[in-house]
Design a protein around this ligand. Structure first.
Ligand code: HEC
Length: 127
């Protein structure tokens, strides 16, 4: 009985240790990859130059330039990262992506993701 109790005690102790270690690991990995909070207002400000090609309302008037209004946030972040790293290359687009910080990419993607995909609603400050 005494032996069993000791076992339970020690295993309970071990569980506490495991739980503490798990939460420590989780907090370490959270530090390693901080998730950035998107700021749509900043995104709109940063998008002034993008609008020259992709349209102020996110709808491009040039056939080989893509629309961005209503684009998916995660997809857009991945494409901007790919242009920035050189994994995706385009003469018109790549130079603009090279200048973007991680925060810029998140903000710009949030701005376009929240834009009306019909292109009918133009954001206030872009009118
Ligand atoms: C000089 C014109 C030009 C400017 C300025 C420009 N882009 Fe682009 N962008 C393009 C072109 C052209 C493509 C299509 C590239 C291709 O064919 O691979 C593109 C592609 C993209 C894509 C990929 C879309 C998709 O469907 O895969 C995203 C996202 C994007 N641009 C975002 C931006 C953002 C954000 C800015 C401002 C920081 C910006 N662009 C500025 C011309 C431009």
């Amino acid at each position: 009985m005494k032996l069993q109790l000791d076992y339970v005690k020690s295993s309970k102790h071990l569980l506490v240790k495991i739980a503490a270690l798990a939460s420590l690991l989780m907090s370490v990995s959270a530090c390693g990859e901080p998730s950035l909070v998107p700021n749509i207002v900043q995104g709109e400000r940063k998008a002034a130059i993008c609008g020259q090609c992709h349209g102020k309302n996110g709808i491009s008037i040039i056939p080989i330039y893509p629309n961005l209004a209503g684009q998916k946030q995660a997809y857009m972040e991945l494409q901007l990262q790919a242009f920035r790293s050189g994994q995706r290359i385009n003469a018109a687009m790549s130079p603009h992506a090279k200048r973007l910080s991680d925060q810029d990419i998140v903000d710009l993607s949030a701005f376009y993701a929240n834009m009306d995909p019909s292109g009918k609603k133009v954001p206030n400050s872009s009118k």
